[in-house]
Write a protein that binds this ligand. Structure first.
Ligand code: HEC
Length: 251
């Protein structure tokens, strides 16, 4: 593990660029150097230390977090504020509120479910790059295949009787299939609680995979869609390409 607390000088020499006074901001600019340097250069500051978390506790923080600032923030707060308490720095340097723009599949555009964005950011700090990639690959598959929500809050704010399978990690499909099956509007308390519960589910599942990894038990040889199809994609091709699935251009 390469994590250590970084001095201002180390950050300066690490990035060779403008240094802003916190490890987090400097960490991001160091990360950006990956793109300008040779492919495959390794950021020095990651991963951050991880200690196993209790999925139920994380789920509750995530559920409550949804009602503060929605899905992306909810998952990030479940995982990262727990680590702020358990480990302290560098997690305490990261204001989790910065994740709230992931709401509604990114400010209401219905792209990636914000809960998965929150998970991606948390895992990106916690796990080494290659492990994080496989963990998120498993997460997106699980999210697509699982009847959600599963989480049962101790003090539910609405009754959520319907579970749906999204077949996709996209917010638009996930919310759309649920609202259709439940006959509830986007603004209904039931839909809101459904998303708060999904937020808890995603936070808990992410923590279970991180805990497995910490125990040396995480294994995955699942291929990434980009490797399977020759184009970045989700697996539900025929939901959008209803007539014919186009072939990716091969060199
Ligand atoms: C969420 C909807 C959606 C899903 C899921 C999806 N596609 Fe697409 N795809 C599109 C749209 C929209 C375009 C651009 C319009 C077009 O060209 O048809 C596109 C474009 C493409 C292209 C570029 C070439 C072309 O003819 O447009 C390929 C190749 C392709 N998709 C293959 C796939 C494969 C393979 C899958 C499943 C693994 C998949 N797509 C899943 C919506 C989707």
């Amino acid at each position: 593990m390469t994590t250590k607390s970084l001095t201002r000088r180390e950050l300066l020499t690490g990035t060779g660029k403008l240094v802003v006074g916190t490890a987090v901001v400097a960490g991001v600019s160091a990360g950006m150097n990956i793109f300008s340097n040779a492919e495959g250069s390794v950021p020095q500051q990651l991963p951050w230390p991880y200690e196993k978390l209790e999925p139920e506790e994380v789920g509750k923080i995530a559920y409550d977090g949804w009602y503060k600032a929605f899905c992306s923030y909810g998952v990030a707060s479940g995982i990262l504020t727990s680590l702020q308490k358990k480990i302290g720095e560098p997690y305490t340097q990261l204001p989790v509120e910065g994740l709230r723009l992931g709401e509604g599949g990114l400010v209401g555009w219905g792209t990636l479910c914000g809960s998965l964005l929150g998970a991606t950011v948390a895992v990106g700090f916690i796990a080494p790059y290659d492990v994080g990639k496989q963990i998120m690959n498993e997460m997106l598959q699980w999210y697509s295949d699982t009847e959600l929500p599963i989480y049962k809050p101790s003090n539910p704010k609405a009754t959520v009787a319907v579970q749906t399978t999204s077949n996709s990690p996209l917010c638009h499909l996930s919310v759309g299939k649920w609202t259709k099956a439940a006959s509830k509007s986007l603004g209904s308390p039931e839909r809101k609680d459904r998303c708060a519960r999904v937020t808890a589910d995603v936070a808990m599942k992410t923590v279970m995979l991180l805990n497995d990894w910490k125990d040396g038990k995480f294994r995955s040889d699942r291929k990434l869609p980009s490797a399977l199809y020759g184009i970045t994609a989700q697996h539900n091709c025929n939901e959008c390409h209803t007539h014919e699935i186009p072939e990716a251009i091969k060199q």
